[in-house]
Write a protein that binds this ligand. Structure first.
Ligand code: ZN
Length: 433
C-alpha cells in the first residue's frame, strides 16, 4: 500500500514536471524557437505564405481551404492526431494581427518538439486545426472589414462573405469541441477603472442571450482561468475580461450556440513592450490552455481567476498628456492639459496622433505624461481642440514670440517640437512626469 502510494506520488511529480511548463519556461521556449520575425502588424499575406512554407517544411499539414474576395488563399494548419478537436482562428479582422504570428510559432514549436513527452502527449490527445489570417484582404489593407466592406464577425448568420462561409463550413464539417477566436482590442483598453492597459482580455463566450452555463462553457471558464493565472505571472494586473454582451450575428456567440464553445482572446498593448512581446504572451496563453486540457489539470482548476477578472474599461487612458501647458489660441494664453491618442497602425508606419481632450484632465492618465507648465504650446495645424492633429511647438516661457507671424517656426525656432508621437526636436526638454 505504502509503496503504491509512493509510486503514485512519483508518477504525479513526474507528470507535473514533464507536462506542465511554467509561464516563464513557456516564454523562454518562445524566445528561443519562435519563427515569426516581422512585427505582426507588418505581416502581409505574402509574408504569411513564407511562414506557412516553413511549417510545411517542418512536416505540418498546411492546406488551402478557401479564397478571399481578392482570391487570396486562406489556409488551415493541422497538428496532432488525438480525438479531442481544437479549432483556432485569427485575424478575421484584418487589422488585428497578433495571434496570427503566435499560431505560427506555436505550431512550429509543437512540430519541432514532437519527441518531448509533453508535446507527444498533446499530439496523441488532440487534433489542433488553426486558420491564421482568415481575412487576408483586410490584412493587406490593414482594415477591420473584408474587401466587401463587411465585418466578417457580424456575418455569422447572413453569410454574405466568402470568409464567413468558409469559417462556418470548417466548423460544421468538423464539429470541434473547443474554439479559440483570436482578436486585438484597442491599445488604450484598461483593466476595469484602473489606468493599467489590458494587454490581454479573455472571454468565455456564451451560446445564448440568457448566458446559460453549460458543461462546455464551465470547462472553458476553467481553461480561461488557467490562462489568466499564467499571464498574471508575466504581466500582473494587465489582464481584463472582455464585454460579454450577446451578439446574435457574431461568430463566437454562434460557434458556442452551434456546439463549439468559444474562448475569445483579445490582445491589447503594453506600454514599453513591442508587438513581439504580445506574440509571446499569446504563445504562453495558448500553450497553457492546451496543456491544461491535455494534462487534465483544468478539471480541478478554480474558475475564479477568470471570473474575477475586472471588465475592460475605456476612456481613462490616452497615449500622451501634456499637463498645465500654456496653450496659445488666437494669440491668447490659456493654461490646460492636453490629451493625445495615437491611431492603430502598422509598426512600420508613422504614428498619427490626435488631440483627444483639452482642459483639466484629472480623470485621464497618459501612458507618457509631460509637465508642460514651463512652456507655451502652439498647435501647428488648426486649433487646439479634440480631433485636430497632436503636432506641437514648445517655447520656453521667457521667449518673446509673435504668434501671428507667418512661418512661425522659421522666424521663432521652437525649443522643442512634438510630431508623430515623439519629440523630433528638444527631446528631454519638456520634463516627463
Ligand atoms: Zn476583432
Amino acid at each position: 500500500m505504502k509503496t503504491n502510494l509512493l509510486f503514485l506520488l512519483m508518477i504525479l511529480l513526474y507528470s507535473s514536471m514533464t507536462f506542465a511548463q511554467s509561464p516563464k519556461e513557456l516564454a523562454a521556449m518562445w524566445e528561443k524557437e519562435h519563427i515569426s520575425r516581422l512585427f505582426p502588424s507588418d505581416v502581409r499575406h505574402k509574408d504569411l505564405l513564407v511562414y506557412l512554407e516553413e511549417l510545411r517544411k517542418l512536416g505540418l499539414k498546411v492546406e488551402e481551404v478557401g479564397r478571399s474576395n481578392a482570391e487570396r488563399s486562406i489556409f488551415q494548419v493541422e497538428f496532432g492526431r488525438g480525438p479531442l478537436k481544437i479549432f483556432m482562428w485569427s485575424q478575421m479582422h484584418g487589422d488585428e494581427p497578433t495571434a496570427t504570428s503566435a499560431l505560427i510559432d506555436m505550431l512550429a514549436y509543437f512540430q519541432k518538439n514532437r519527441q518531448t513527452d509533453w508535446v507527444k502527449k498533446i499530439e496523441e490527445t488532440m487534433t489542433i486545426r488553426a486558420v491564421p489570417m482568415l481575412n487576408p484582404d483586410g490584412a493587406e489593407a490593414y482594415q477591420r472589414r473584408n474587401l466587401q466592406g463587411i465585418d466578417i464577425n457580424r456575418d455569422a448568420v447572413d453569410l454574405r462573405t466568402p470568409e464567413a462561409r468558409l469559417l462556418k463550413k470548417l466548423r460544421d464539417d468538423w464539429s470541434p469541441a473547443i474554439g479559440f477566436n483570436l482578436h486585438n482590442q484597442q491599445a488604450l483598453t484598461t483593466v476595469g477603472m484602473t489606468p493599467k492597459q489590458a494587454a490581454i482580455s479573455l472571454l468565455v463566450v456564451f451560446g445564448d442571450e440568457a448566458k446559460t452555463l453549460n458543461e462546455g462553457q464551465a470547462r472553458n471558464q476553467r481553461i480561461a482561468a488557467a490562462m489568466a493565472e499564467a499571464l498574471q505571472q508575466l504581466i500582473p494586473g494587465h489582464i481584463g475580461r472582455y464585454d460579454d454582451e450577446w451578439t446574435p450575428t457574431a461568430f463566437g456567440d454562434n460557434f458556442s450556440a452551434w456546439g463549439t464553445p468559444v474562448i475569445l482572446v483579445e490582445t491589447g498593448a503594453l506600454h514599453g513592450r513591442d508587438e513581439m512581446y504580445l506574440v509571446k504572451l499569446n504563445f504562453v496563453a495558448f500553450v497553457t490552455a492546451i496543456q491544461s486540457i491535455v494534462t487534465g489539470s483544468e478539471r480541478s482548476q478554480n474558475p475564479a481567476a477568470y471570473i474575477s477578472l475586472p471588465s475592460n474599461g475605456s476612456g481613462g487612458l490616452v497615449n500622451y498628456v501634456f499637463r498645465r501647458a500654456n496653450i496659445i489660441n488666437n494669440g491668447e494664453v490659456t493654461v490646460g492639459d492636453i490629451g493625445v491618442v495615437a491611431a492603430r497602425r502598422r509598426a512600420s508606419f508613422t504614428v498619427s496622433a490626435k488631440i483627444s481632450s483639452v482642459g483639466t484632465l484629472n480623470a485621464i492618465t497618459g501612458l507618457d505624461e509631460y509637465d508642460a507648465s514651463g512652456f507655451y504650446l502652439y498647435q501647428r495645424f488648426g486649433k487646439t481642440k479634440p480631433g485636430e492633429l497632436g503636432e506641437f511647438y514648445f517655447y520656453k516661457l521667457d521667449r518673446t514670440v509673435d504668434w501671428k507671424s507667418t512661418d512661425l517656426a522659421y522666424k521663432f525656432p521652437p525649443d522643442a517640437i512634438f510630431s508623430a508621437g515623439r519629440f523630433i526636436k528638444g527631446a528631454g526638454l519638456v520634463p516627463k512626469k
